[in-house]
Design a protein around this ligand. Structure first.
Ligand code: HMG
Ligand code: MG
Length: 297
């Protein structure tokens, strides 16, 4: 049975903008977040506190957090790779943080410059600091299907990292098909492996749409009982450390699917399209959302 409602976690202002050839300004980033909140999205990744040498596009995330007009009931979340990142997130007023690990060693090294085991160790003090400040922490696992450096990922390897993040206190673990190579049966196998240790209600789907499979994979995940979906307005994005990876599944496409399935999200399509038009106009790019393009035509 499909869920009655789905929580959409909007990652466009972080995952979407982190891979742009030219960084978006603080003003544009804050305006995007405000417009996303106006559409009814209740969970918005607003920036990341990572090294600007690695990801210059996310520099100034502190200013983005401070410029946003905070709306009641909206969670403004930040990516935090280490203690310094968590300290910066706290002082910027983020409501929530996210630590990110990989299920494959190659991506872990390239993305955060350490092994999987080292990253999990590094997250311990990050979790402790968040706990002291009552800040919920989400976890990400990248490369749940395959890795641009190591090839195919075994579902058991995904399950292991997912369990570690959950046991260290992440309230939810988002499963990242970073390079979008997943197809429904493969995704179901990963979910099956992960739910041996972590209940489905603590898992989320974070699917990039590189091979056009994200919506099929989301539908397959809903069939398994998952009800939290990450997506990016206009299908923006990609990861700088995953060459060739294209954007996240577009929020407009996810919303269109949910509306068609009578699944509640609380998001209004017209306002979401306004946010998409705004950011694509600012960046001088065309939306990667099929529903968005069709509805805007
Ligand atoms: P490192 O080089 O091992 O760390 O990087 P370090 O401690 O040696 O620091 C190196 C430099 O970075 C130093 O500066 C630090 O001060 C600075 P320097 O002395 O050379 O001038 N630094 C920082 N600056 C700002 N904020 C910080 C911070 N920490 C250190 N928090 C590190 C390790 C984790 C910092 C680095 O590898 C990094 O920032 N990586 C982030 C990469 C990233 O953001 N990737 C994209 C997000 S993940 C993603 O997109 C996947 C996801 O969407 C799920 C999916 O799709 O799979 C989540
Ligand atoms: Mg991602």
């Amino acid at each position: 049975m499909l869920p009655e409602s789905v929580r959409i976690v909007e990652v466009g202002a972080r995952d979407g903008l982190q891979n742009l050839p030219t960084p978006a300004s603080v003003e544009v980033r804050a305006q995007l977040v405000n417009m996303l909140a106006q559409s009814g999205l209740r969970h918005i990744e607003t920036g990341s506190f990572v090294s600007p040498k690695y990801v210059p596009q996310m520099a100034g995330s502190d200013q983005v957090f401070q410029s946003v007009e905070k709306k009641n009931g909206v969670v403004y979340a930040a990516l935090t790779p280490n203690l310094r990142g968590m300290e910066d997130a706290l002082s910027s007023g983020a409501d929530e943080a996210a630590v990110f690990a990989s299920a494959s060693e190659g991506f872990s090294q390239k993305n955060i410059n350490c092994s999987i085991a080292e990253s999990l160790k590094r997250f311990e003090p990050v979790m402790a600091l968040a706990q002291q400040h009552n800040i919920p922490v989400r976890g990400y696992v990248s490369c749940i299907i395959s890795c641009p450096y190591d090839g195919i990922t075994a579902p058991l390897q995904v399950a292991e990292v997912t369990r570690e993040l959950y046991q260290m206190g992440c309230y939810e673990v988002s499963l990242g098909d970073t390079i979008g190579t997943g197809t429904p049966v493969k995704v179901k196998k990963v979910l099956e492996a992960c739910t041996k240790d972590v209940p489905m209600e603590h898992l989320a789907a974070h699917f990039h749409n590189t091979y056009g499979q994200a919506l099929a994979n989301i539908y397959a995940s809903l069939e398994e009982g998952l009800s939290v979906v990450d997506s990016a307005v206009a299908g923006l994005g990609g990861c700088p450390y995953a060459p060739g990876a294209s954007g996240n599944v577009a929020t407009e496409d996810v919303l269109y699917l949910m509306e068609g399935l009578n699944i509640k999200t609380g998001v209004a399509m017209d306002k979401l399209l306004e946010a998409a038009t705004f950011i694509c106009g600012q960046l001088g790019i065309e939306s990667r959302s099929n529903a968005g393009l069709a509805l805007g035509a």
